[in-house]
Write a protein of this length. Structure first.
Length: 219
């Protein structure tokens, strides 16, 4: 199974099926043809072009309701729930963040922000979404044993590198991939310092991916 980082928080899980998470990149086009789309929360830099897809979109109840009104196929769920489609398991986890649908006048409530634990082809990936640090990340590690953790480190709107490193320790995934940084000036970070700190203090492997690059997981 391959993880491709398209930029910001947009990630593709490629295996027997293709899953696109948070379909937003600031420049260019997303040319992936997914089998499923997963949306962590309603902010425009995460929901992105979700409404343009004709494949099932897995997201919270409020976003699902909104996207159904635009003609989309949706699979609604909520925090703590798990659904299985085509043998792929999607578990929605807590995230400490806001969620607002921004493209309808003054906007509307977008439900609770979330993360996903996705199991496909025997590999478990945790995409934290936009979130602050919370101690129950330990439970995500204990319950789901992710092989890879995708963790935001941009600061200001999410965790920064310091909190992200602690989140990585709480989760305990062997591989950690930072996301949601350096897309805009307000979330500029020195990702090399994040990687160095993890290398020096843990047994985890930090993987830094430039947009468009991929990491293969063999199990």
């Amino acid at each position: 199974m391959k993880i491709t980082y398209l930029g910001h928080a947009c990630v593709v899980l490629g295996g027997s099926k293709t899953i696109l998470i948070d379909p937003f990149i600031p420049d260019g086009e997303i040319r992936i043809r997914p089998d499923y789309v997963a949306v962590t929360h309603a902010h425009a830099d995460h929901m992105g072009i979700a409404a343009s897809y004709t494949v099932p979109i897995i997201t919270n109840n409020e976003i699902a309701h909104y996207l159904r009104g635009k003609g989309c196929i949706t699979e609604a769920m909520n925090i703590g729930g798990t659904i299985i489609v085509d043998g792929i398991s999607f578990t929605m986890t807590q995230a400490l963040h806001s969620s607002w649908i921004e493209d309808e006048g003054i906007g509307m409530y977008g439900g609770t922000a979330a993360g996903f634990v996705i199991r496909i082809d025997g590999v478990t990936v945790y995409h934290a979404g936009d979130t602050g640090l919370f101690s129950d990340m330990r439970l995500i590690g204990e319950l789901y044993h992710p092989d890879v953790a995708l963790i935001p480190i941009g600061g200001r709107f999410t965790m920064g590198p310091r909190e992200g490193m602690m989140a990585a320790e709480f989760i305990g995934a062997p591989v950690v991939i930072p996301i949601h940084y350096n897309t805009f000036d307000k979330i500029k970070q020195d990702v090399s310092e994040f990687a160095r700190a993890i290398n020096e203090t843990t047994d985890m492997k930090p993987v830094i991916l430039e947009p468009g690059l991929e990491y293969e997981i063999k199990k």
